[in-house]
Design a protein around this ligand. Structure first.
Ligand SMILES: Nc1ncnc2c1ncn2[C@@H]1O[C@H](COP(=O)(O)OP(=O)(O)OP(=O)(O)O)[C@@H](O)[C@H]1O
Ligand SMILES: [Mg+2]
Length: 113
């Protein structure tokens, strides 16, 4: 199992969600977050603060998926969240040790099917 964390622009959330559902990856956790990347191209000064220090509104999507769905999941996010502009976001991938469905106590891969 893998955990995919995608930090994207809020305006792209709907398209990513629809794309993931269509790809048979319907389960997700979504959080509103603030963040900053490298933002090398925003070097102007804004009210005395470097724009690169500004924390921008982003959406964090968390999906726990089977290993075989990993590439599909990443590609859906790339296809739906990318504009080619800075700040499009970032995807992080982690190994997941276990998953437990509380209702049935099912563990492992079965818990995310
Ligand atoms: N190394 C990181 N660690 C944690 N969060 C990050 C990291 N890089 C980016 N993020 C998160 O992702 C969001 C979007 O990052 P962003 O797309 O600006 O990355 P970038 O590396 O600056 O790429 P780009 O040059 O395309 O802007 C940030 O606002 C932040 O929330
Ligand atoms: Mg950036």
């Amino acid at each position: 199992m893998k955990k995919v964390e995608a930090i994207i622009n809020p305006s792209k959330l709907k398209d990513v969600q629809i794309g993931l559902k269509a790809a048979n990856i319907p389960c997700m956790t979504v959080m509103n977050v603030k963040g900053t990347g490298l933002q090398k191209s925003y070097s102007e000064v804004y009210r005395g603060t470097e724009k690169s220090n500004i924390l921008r509104n982003k959406v964090l999507i968390i999906c726990v998926i089977s290993d075989e769905n990993l590439d599909k999941c990443i590609n859906v996010i790339l296809d739906n969240a990318s504009t080619g502009n800075v700040g499009d976001g970032k995807i992080f991938v982690y190994d997941v040790m276990d998953a437990i469905r509380i209702r049935t106590r099912t563990r492992g891969g079965e818990a995310i099917k």
